[in-house]
Design a protein around this ligand. Sequence first.
Ligand code: PLP
Length: 396
Amino acid sequence: MNTYARLPVVFERGEGAWLWDTEGRRYLDALAGIAVCGVGHSHPKLTAVLREQVGKLVHTSNLYGIALQERLADRLAAMAGMESIFFCNSGCEANEAAIKLARYYGHQKGIESPAIVVLEKAFHGRTIATLSATGSRKVQAGFEPLVAGFVRVPFDDLPAVKRAADINRNVVAVLVELIQGEAGINVCHDGYLNGLRQICDAQGWLLMLDEVQSGTGRTGRWFAYQHSAVKPDVVTLAKGLANGIPIGACLAAGPAARLFKPGSHGSTFGGNPLACAAALSTLEIIEEENLMQNAVEIGECMRSGFAARLAGVEGVKEIRGMGLMIGIELTLPCGDLVAQALAKGLLINVTGDNVVRLLPPLNFSREEADLVLDTLTPLICGFLAAALRQPAARSA
Ligand code: PLP
């Protein structure tokens, strides 16, 4: 179906942070399949693991024990400080599991119409429930009626969450991205997570974090919440977890960990041997190659590099992010930059209309980072100079 406005390029092969198209042209990938290929394309160790697993066993179903799924669950539980895990195939499915957990939790407390606090501009997926949780009319329009049971509050606004608690006695959970990816790399303030934890504890709500984009090492820790001491009740993962082999996971601790019984939820493909072997190998590589530290260093170098080169440039509003989640906000829509960068052999993304988003592989090198700076800076400056010359753009 005609669901994507695709760029006019087809890739045939990849290696590390580089992709080659069908014409043999080489591109630097500063997007990594939208925060998916954290260890880069065709990582030799992961490739070997995948080859071996494909030759051994791909799928059996969740009717039977799956040793690799158990190993991955133990690994993730230890990394995240969580107790039990449900495996699925994507981010929206991981969030569906979280939404179901919250509702189940509410019903167990005798709340017949449980509600979940969600944030403005959030992105949680495109299934009917997750697009209802998403804070974007663009994603929702035309798909009404939306699923009920979501209470929306502004991003990074603790008093608004408190007011939601006062107004709506049916609230059972909050579902939050600590760094909003699709909305334009919006980072919540330092005390926000701690404040949310306090509200959740006081109200008996589940603190549920959508780490689909920010998880698996991208911000320099396994999960963005680990930059603080706060422990959530539910965490959702997907994207970078298996470097491109589809997988999603919903992790739970405390009461949420023990809610589901056989029959409460399920997935045919979820956590099959191939996906779990891919995830275990991806996590091992991130650890062995010290890629979270690299994400911190290269992310810092790219943000400070852009800050220095774009200082004083009219039309540049803010450069922000954490680790290798980088956003450059301009004062006007800049979608055209994507095609301009592509023409220069660089893959980037523009989200929230006016934010250049960079999500390179976690093993991005200093030279590759410099190449992004060298290529993108003049493109941004040229784009802004031309756009700001037009009176209509000035007032936009
Ligand atoms: N949650 C967040 C924070 C995301 O960024 C995304 C995808 O961009 C999703 C959920 C949905 O994930 P998927 O596309 O795998 O369903």
